[in-house]
Design a protein around this ligand. Structure first.
Ligand SMILES: NC(=O)c1ccc[n+]([C@@H]2O[C@H](COP(=O)([O-])OP(=O)(O)OC[C@H]3O[C@@H](n4cnc5c(N)ncnc54)[C@H](OP(=O)(O)O)[C@@H]3O)[C@@H](O)[C@H]2O)c1
Length: 331
């Protein structure tokens, strides 16, 4: 197998901090050592992939590189008893697509500890409609449940709602009976968000406080925040007694300015979400939920593109213009 040439997105640094992205050929022998060689049938596009594809050194230090933090496919070589040739598997997170050749290539080779058997109830393609975004949404829902938040307790705010994590969060929470308020910058996507189950859709300017007050009127019992910055600060200051805010992303800003009052006067919990390094027992539990009792109706939330179209899709996600999930078909 080592001499087989496969197709992959290859990002090169052609001059200092100048990057070029092309579909090219790569040999299996160029993949890093690992326990399991996987033929990747589907991947999915995440914001982090776009950063890696654009030369973000905080994500990917060394180029040439193949991004793609998600991959679903079939085991073609295994040096472990845990997986056999022909097994259907998923890999999301860890170092995949960061400094390890990722899912925007037709093969990956990874350590056994990164590999999740495809849960019963999902196809490989469906697993990549979720991808890291859906898994992350699942971690947030799990955080609410662990803190005892039930649908009757109040409204849940989802920011960056038309994005990957956002749209899947809206869909999963709605399926579970929660009252979801979706915040977006794309008011032409109200129908899309309502079809996913959002009860209310608001413009993101409505949750961007400029008064700097330490506490704001109580609106949310839970928040899934994909954007960070003043939006996250506003959300925390607007969260009700014993509410939970899940910090996921930073598309607005990585900064967070606050006083301690929401925590000590309202008992608000700020929960950090890290999908990449989630430990295997919890990882398997979340995937099982996504495949069974939390499984959503995927209609209208995703589209499939071939690897050849990935460059345009990367530009769109970098500009905040993606809606729902993009699944990448590798073969
Ligand atoms: N912690 C983790 O484990 C984890 C896992 C996955 C992703 N993430 C992070 O979560 C964030 C979302 O990831 P994603 O893959 O879902 O990306 P995405 O599909 O691009 O979604 C981001 C959404 O945020 C909104 N947005 C974009 N620019 C904005 C701005 N300047 N201010 C406010 N909102 C803006 C847009 O939605 P609207 O137009 O609807 O507002 C956009 O669709 C990223 O920061 C990503 O790195 C973290």
């Amino acid at each position: 197998m080592e001499n087989i040439i496969f197709r992959a997105l290859i990002v090169k640094e052609v001059a200092q901090n100048v990057f070029e992205r092309n579909i090219g050929g790569k040999k299996i022998s160029e993949l890093p050592d690992g326990d399991v060689l996987i033929k990747v049938l589907f991947s999915s596009l995440n914001y982090k992939d776009a950063l890696s594809a654009n030369g973000h050194k905080g994500i990917t230090r060394y180029y040439p590189h193949t991004p793609g933090v998600d991959a679903a496919g079939i085991v073609v070589e295994s040096n472990t008893d845990k997986f056999r040739v022909g097994d259907e598997v998923i890999v999301t997170g860890y170092d995949l697509g960061m400094n390890t050749s990722g899912g925007f290539g037709q093969y990956i080779r990874v350590p056994v500890d990164w590999v999740v058997p495809l849960p019963r109830g999902l196809t490989l393609q469906e697993s990549m409609i979720y991808g890291t975004a859906g898994f992350t949404a699942g971690l947030c829902v799990n955080a609410f449940m662990e803190k005892g938040i039930e649908p009757k307790d109040g409204k849940i705010l989802v920011t960056g709602a038309t994005g990957g994590v956002g749209s899947l969060s809206v869909a999963i929470l709605s399926k579970l009976g929660y009252y979801v308020v979706a915040s977006t910058g794309k008011l032409d996507k109200i129908d899309f968000l309502k079809n996913l189950g959002a009860k209310e859709v608001i413009h993101r300017s409505e949750i961007f406080d400029t008064t700097n007050k330490p506490l704001l009127p109580r609106k949310w019992i839970g928040v899934i925040d994909n954007v960070g910055g003043n939006t996250l600060s506003t959300a925390i200051r607007s969260t009700d007694y014993d509410g939970v805010v899940a910090a996921v992303g930073l598309v607005e800003s990585e900064k967070l300015s606050l006083t301690v009052y929401p925590f000590i006067l309202r008992g608000v919990s700020l929960v950090g979400i890290d999908s990449a390094e989630t430990k295997m027992p919890k990882r398997l539990r979340i995937w099982d939920h996504l495949a069974s009792d939390w499984k959503i109706n995927f209609d209208g939330i995703w589209r499939e593109v071939p690897l050849d179209s990935i460059n345009d899709e990367i530009d769109k996600i970098l500009n905040g213009q993606q809606v729902g999930k993009v699944v990448v078909k590798l073969w």
